[in-house]
Design a protein around this ligand. Sequence first.
Ligand code: AMP
Length: 435
Amino acid sequence: MIQVSKKYGKLRGMRDLLPEDVAKLNYVKSMVRKLFQLYGYKEILTPTLELFSLLAAKSGKDIRQRMYVFTDLGGRRVALRPEMTAPVARFYINNMTSYPKPLRLGYIVNCFRYDEPQYGRYREFWQGGFELIGSKEPESDVEILEIADSLLKRLGFSNHYIKINHIGVIRELLEYEGISEDDQNRIFTLLDKGKLMDALNLLKELGASSRFMETAKSLFSLKGFNYNEILIEVEKLLIDYEDALTAFENFKQILDLSEKCGLTGRLFVDFSFARGLEYYTGMIFEAYAPPVRVALGGGGRYDKLIELFGGEPTPAVGYSPGLDRIVLAMDELKIPFKQEWYARVFVIPVNEKVKSEAVEIAYKLRSFDISAELEVMNRSLKRALSYASNMKFTHAIIVGEKELLKGEIVLRNLERNVQYVVTLEEAIRLLREKL
Ligand code: AMP
């Protein structure tokens, strides 16, 4: 037995989720779905497997190297999705280009990355997603930021914040200095890992002028919640860079609008912040809840991705909350998973003779939408009741011969330890009152 379980242990980095783990994950998923409804996002599903070339095109070096890739029996090089933005862009081009804009699409899916397993990092994990396709206006960026904040607020977080930057500003700046897109992405990968010095050294290696190096150093050092002062500094730094200033104007509009939707004090502007994914073109962000160190979700604007995959130029912005990480953070911060109370009834036949009545009573309860489980282990009444209490049933219905003769059963409230002899109809009425 032991040998078998060792031989068939689960794969490294993969997780078995127990019923209580799934309940927590489902609670977070249900909040994501509530936001789909509130903000008008239509839920979609795409295949777990896609062509490697699609997933690799703009995912960034880090993710590209960590995909589960194989050749299928038809000789296609395929991979398990490591994220959903590229699949959603493909989905849009294949299915929905003729739909009126904007499109608001939502998803809840599992993703796979061959990451080194560690705190908050698994090889299979769950992502929610909100993609707003077709608008380049700052109000759509702000909607996405509002959703990121609202999800955490509604789940009960209070000290979370959103780290934000505008990669368009940095791209335009690097572009002006003649740094190729590939080299820009190399710099972003270093910044994403917090290797600021390495990023600056690379800039130097790439031939950036000393004046530009000063600008970059100053810019990358600017960060804080009190961003109005920072923005004045940035504007001064960018004075000679016209295209970077245009992107900066867009960032300012987003930040201005964010004050109108509950984001005041929640945004931590950081001009050295970058994300590993290469498809971002504008505002980028990640959500955090200290003291939890890992990001609880991330997103940003990706205006060129759909075009890159062969669609019409279509602007888009999105957010992907990491659902396992949100569960982890709720556990760590002791935020309760508010489960709605509902009656859970354990139906116990006192002996062999009343089993068929017990089956019928459990069936009837369910037909009235009351959750009911039948005692199927032939236990004595005492042991069955003790099991019911341990398993946190709210009620037991005891089916006894004597009561049945009068058309009655015993309804026992296990939370308050009181019981009544009533008809089944009366019991159903009482239990439904609490639904
Ligand atoms: P990304 O696609 O890298 O922007 O990831 C979006 C979010 O998914 C992250 O902020 C994390 O919350 C979550 N996430 C990414 N990779 C993993 C992983 N290996 N394990 C668990 N969660 C992850």
